[in-house]
Design a protein around this ligand. Sequence first.
Ligand code: T1G
Length: 666
Amino acid sequence: MQSVTLQTHNGVAVVVVNNPPVNALSWHVRQGLQDSFSAALADEAIKAIVLRCDGTTFIAGADITEFGKPPQGPDFNSVLNMIEASAKPVVAAIHGTALGGGLETALVCHYRIAVPSAKLGVPEVKLGLLPGAGGTQRLPRVVGIEAAATMCSLGEPVPAVKAEAMGLVDRLAGEESLAEDAAAYARELISAGPRPTRERPVTGDAAVIEQLKTANARKWKGFEAPYANLACIEAATRLPFEEGLKFERTEFLKLMGGSQSAAQRHMFFAERQAAKIDGLAKDLPLRNVKKVGVIGAGTMGGGISMNFLAKGIPVTIVEMVQENLDRGVGVIRKNYETSAAKGRFTTEQVEGMMGILTPSLSLDDLADCDLIIEAVYESMDVKKDVFGKLDTICKPGAILASNTSYLNIDEIAASTSRPQDVIGMHFFSPANVMKLLEVVRGEKTADDVLATAMALGKKIGKVAVVAGVCHGFIGNRMLSTRQAPAMQLLLEGATPAQIDKVHTDFGMPMGPFQMSDLAGLDIGWHRDPSRIETIRDALCAAGRFGQKNRKGFYDYDEKRVGTPSEEALSIIEEFRATSNLPKREISDQEIVERTLYPMVNEGYKILEEGKAQRASDIDVVWIYGYGWPIYRGGPMFWGDLEGAGKIVEALERHGVKAADSLKAKA
Ligand code: T1G
């Protein structure tokens, strides 16, 4: 199949790229562009050239699958320089998403025409990269420093209408007449005189560069690429074009050769791979979910409901007590109104979403729902009781899902006469914010139920991952392997702040003790202050429950900002003394080995037991469920970078049994 074809219509050449699914600039596309433009430039009869794409989108970037492999086909920059040097006007006709190398290709065309629905952007920063084909030098010359710096460092696309206002697009085409409008525009340009060249001046105020750094300091903590992008923009403000290109090239190669880009590119594909269910026919008919029932209007039930309402899917939310139902509905409205105040929704949209929420005090009102998700108290007895009732109430074919975070889905399914319709849909708190959804496949879960839950997860904006039935599924099971050693390290002399700092320096949003304070130390506490068997017991006995009452491992101010607590440290010290363990200096490296390596080890066990489909799914769970720094690529990717041998040696030195598959890798 020809990736690029050249057609000519009375004096105007049309170069058409056709490389599904996103017209990536694979080597054969670059070859085709080079051949087609050479031919068009050499043909006297051709007076102007249009570059456009078949399929759903204009070129969406370099072919990421080619990175890290030996280069093939013509060099991207040489193809771009040929286009830009053309003596004949070249028009880029844009639809879909002109991204990365795609936008860079459009930038070397002299003019750009786009349909209103198109988007243009340079998302390379999200891959730990920067536009490496002149984008950081051409953009500031077309749209000015402010827009170029923002586009490159944040990586968000710009809608065509805004792009036209910014001068990134010269003309808007009819939504259905791009090809014709582009050809007409090209014909117009034949006699339009000199074309814009790369030597345009860079305009705008470079102050935006520091402003972006200040505004995004937290978000960019640990990341290299945003700063490299801004360095290139800054270079464009003071270097001649050719020098700027060289600067950009150097910065690009630094990023391309680094571990952060490798990690973020790994995650680009990992996130897409997670949506695939091995062994299932791709076109399996899904169950139609038009109406959702949610049981429980607490934090989870409310958050879960919001995901569906925001996508226009009606929800019936059921509580047992009017007061709890009213509170839950009130929290949903308040959350939407808060988002509306930030401009995320209009008030009409808020009313629209609230309008398709039906509060109820009776499970019977779930009879016509296609999917019911229970988010009731985390007790097997309670869940079995609820599923038993659902079995009699819900219509045949309804999907019965539990939001349990670790209980056995098979056991829950056994309390119904339809285990094939039972599945786990484990949302992460806050459920309307966190992107991860663990879809827990029971022994008897039907394939179409699994496929429907995964597709629905994507539809409501989640990153869904298939998990097998085991205690804690994937994420919480690995999390628990970190908690015990973290507590043990306190007994041996480390402080909560030291251990948490190792984790936040690593790039986690918070460490084990900050997380415990957030969740609440009294979760699962036996409530007997005289029974003190663990450090948590000791803290709870002293009334230190965590953020909820502003004292846990840390003290918290009214903004919930934590600071080390003398009282907590003395309680820990007192408890530590009863364990007659000698107090010793503990290195940060030992904390990594004893709290992060066991998580990698557990990931290998999860794969051995078939509770995750692939290692990259485990990475997806940790990045989208727990905020693992994406520039490290997830626990399994990071474990490979650390080295299996190094991990096995450390685990065994600390008395932890290494998984067979991890040892085999070592
Ligand atoms: N290269 C290779 N494959 C790609 C690809 C790419 N750039 N983009 C998407 N795919 C695959 C993807 O893996 C999936 O494969 C299928 O296409 C559909 O993707 C020099 C160095 C364009 C908005 O970062 O943002 O240019 O799973 O599921 O939801 O300066 O894909 O079907 O086998 O995402 O409709 C810069 C990345 C590259 C854009 C479409 N460009 N892509 O979204 O489909 S670096 C990007 C996207 C660069 C230059 C630099 C999205 C999309 P499969 P999809 P979608």
